[in-house]
Design a protein around this ligand. Sequence first.
Ligand code: NDP
Length: 256
Amino acid sequence: MNDLFDLTGQVAIVTGASSGLGAHFAETLAQAGAKVAIGARRVDRLAALAEKIVGSGGTALPVELDVTDAASVADAIQTAHGALGPISILVNNAGIPSAGRAIEMEESEWDAVLDTNLKGAWLMAREVGSHMVAHETAGRIINIASIIGVGTAAKRVLAYSVSKAGMVSLTESLALELAGNGICVNAIAPGYIETELNSGFLQSSAGQRIATRVPIGRFGETRDLDGVLLMLAGPAARYVTGSVVTVDGGLSLSTL
Ligand code: NDP
């Protein structure tokens, strides 16, 4: 039964692995036995994470990656494949936030958020998907969406919200197109998960007001995503594709 979550022999690439959820996903996949390529632009942080994973007995390869740049994406996949072998798991995690009212937002902000969060995920899925098909790998693609944009709207996050709604559509379309190749494509829609970047806000009085609306009674921790991540990454998900799994402590159910 434990084999359902065993990733021994798998090769994963995680985007946006230099901080927050992506760094945690990389560690979790490595602990489950996968060799992990960790991609982002801040290579110094990737090197430190790789050292940590290797120190715990895992295998990790830092790869410089800008998901908005098709050439960088192709280079990163080639480097990861060359060092670790054919890629069987992609975690499309890289993302940036947006802020400000929709009617005041600069066009450049829209472009940056959509290019990173949505186009970047497609560029990665295109490259890794064709790589998996070429190697006849029954792979897994896991897209990190959000509860924002998935049945839940929020003010002052228009571009982010649209990008995450697009991530769900990307997941469904890819799932349909790749099912015949044995590749399962799913999304995780987290609620508020505490990371180094948002913990200041989440611990503030404004943040704590939001926490009181979470039915489970607290914000998420990165490890709260582990079960769903491992389920979608491994043998347990062999008949699961096109799904969006919400991990939000019930927040998206709470309207009052
Ligand atoms: P962080 O800001 O900590 O991490 C974002 C990561 O994305 C960084 O590693 C950053 O690395 C990377 N990144 C940004 N732009 C690029 C790019 N062009 N190319 C490659 N990597 C890039 O945020 P979180 O960990 O909180 O968020 C991770 C994902 O989870 C995002 O998609 C976010 O939308 C989603 N999410 C997070 C939630 C939360 O509560 N934390 C809730 C719901 C969804 P670098 O700058 O080094 O390139």
